[in-house]
Design a protein around this ligand. Structure first.
Ligand code: AMP
Length: 434
């Protein structure tokens, strides 16, 4: 047993796994550019109040899962690792005067989030999200733009069978009456409520229709639905969103119980699932409109909407649907520089350095071992070429061995990079066509 291990709920991503991540990160960056969402990076920790106020005190995320950092002195502020990116991005929007930029401000962020939750499959204490936000547009067209973008991301990632679950949770005009009606409904069924839900009833009744507890299923199916009670403005917004989604051919499923765990949502809320994988820890993304959040964090009223896609769960879903290995495809170095003289590592390193300066992925074998062993290692590395430094170097030549084809020839030192680059490109081209 090693003396130390990665903390519970965290994982090391090993080199065999990282190509999948790199591919999705590149896809996310590329889509953000195509859609005009500019990259932002906010800190991984903030004043805890940003989340307490922004996410809401009576939410699982703040009550149970906030990763608080112990203050070092009595005077120091209360900090917390970020459980989600939106509150921090809105904090940055206000701090940097983005209200004066052309609206909406379209932003995208990628990075780790932290929740002190009980770890299990698909639920980690550190996980990665791709997050996209549009601040300063009341929608509904922008809501549709974001939903279409999210579905495109899944599709281009290679995931099929993604469902959009959609709801409107109203606003400060229609929600209070609904909350009262919902509270009355569940109070009338108090005896049927599991203890946790009974507790939530008095503190945040909107969490109940969203409960994944099977004992709540029948009760929730019969519960009053906010979608039937939206005020005119919210109903019009929701109808507008649906018309835009139809125009973009984005399919969705209406889910009146979908309220999401965060307090700041208004109107549009949504989550993404893979058909047949719809359990509690299986949402592969979600988001919604947060027209009250900017004001909550001290700005003037400004609408906003965004989504977060969980990259860890997306990678799990890709693996389970068998689509993962469209994603791998990382090969070894193009060339490994080996040498006939086991001791002369300087010459090998020199040749490899020149190849790398010319843009070629090359490594030198730096072990003091026989040529045969060096060549075996190059084959194991799946290198395309071995460059052999030998006596010919005195005449300005190196042996270039094509490990795939089993051929070898002498090449002048000054031509090596060009020759390797040309042959490698021709080989790749051939294998793509073939
Ligand atoms: P949420 O804000 O909780 O809806 O999170 C957005 C997305 O992030 C979810 O749909 C998941 O894909 C992902 N996610 C949330 N919490 C976790 C977690 N503890 N571990 C892994 N992924 C998570």
């Amino acid at each position: 047993m090693p003396a130390f291990r990665a903390a519970r709920g965290t994982r090391d991503l090993l080199p065999d796994e990282t190509p999948r991540w790199t591919r999705l990160e590149r896809l996310a960056a590329d889509l953000a550019t195509r859609y005009g969402y500019r990259r932002i990076e906010t800190p991984m920790f903030e004043q805890a109040a940003v989340f307490e106020r922004g996410v809401g005190e009576v939410t699982d995320i703040v009550e149970k899962e906030l990763f608080r950092l112990a203050p070092r002195t009595d005077e120091s502020e209360a900090w917390s690792l970020r459980p989600e990116p939106t509150a921090g991005i809105v904090r940055a929007y206000l701090q940097h005067g983005m209200q004066t930029w052309p609206q909406p401000v379209r932003l995208a962020e990628r990075g780790p989030m932290f929740r002190y939750d009980r770890p299990q499959a698909g639920r980690y204490r550190q996980f990665s999200q791709w997050d996209v936000e549009a601040i300063g547009d009341a929608g509904p067209a922008i809501d549709a733009e974001l939903l279409e973008l999210a579905t495109r991301f899944y599709r281009e990632a290679g995931l099929t069978g993604v469902e959009v679950w959609l709801n409107s949770i109203g606003d400060q005009n229609c929600r209070p009456a609904f909350v009262a009606e919902l509270t009355a409904y569940y109070r009338a069924h108090l005896a049927e409520l599991p203890e946790l839900e009974r507790d939530r009833l008095e503190r945040n009744v909107l969490r109940l229709p969203d409960s994944k507890d099977p004992r709540m299923a029948a009760l929730n199916a019969a519960a009053p639905k906010l979608t039937d009670r939206l005020c005119d403005a919210c109903a019009e917004h929701f109808a507008g969103l649906r018309a835009h989604l139809d125009a973009l051919d984005v399919g969705y499923r209406l889910e009146p119980g979908l309220v999401r765990g965060l307090d700041y949502y208004t109107r549009t809320t949504f989550e993404f699932y893979v058909t047949g994988r719809e359990g509690q820890q299986q949402a592969i993304g979600g988001g919604g409109r947060y027209d009250g959040l900017v004001e909550l964090l001290g700005g003037r009223p400004t609408p906003g909407i965004g989504f977060g896609i969980g990259i860890d769960r997306l990678i799990l879903a890709l693996a389970e649907t068998g689509a993962a290995d469209a994603t791998a495809g990382e090969t070894g170095p193009v060339a490994v520089v080996v040498g006939a003289d086991p001791e002369d590592t300087a010459a090998r390193l020199r040749v490899a350095t020149d190849l790398r300066a010319a843009g070629i992925a090359a490594r030198a074998d730096l072990a003091h071992r026989k040529l045969g062993k060096q060549l075996e290692a190059a084959v194991r590395d799946r290198a395309h070429f071995a460059v052999i430094v030998g006596d010919e170097l005195a005449d300005g030549e190196l042996a270039l061995r094509d490990l795939a084809a089993g051929t070898q020839k002498l090449v002048p030192v000054e031509d090596l990079a060009r020759e390797v680059g040309r042959a490698h490109a021709a080989h790749r081209h051939g294998s793509i066509e073939g």
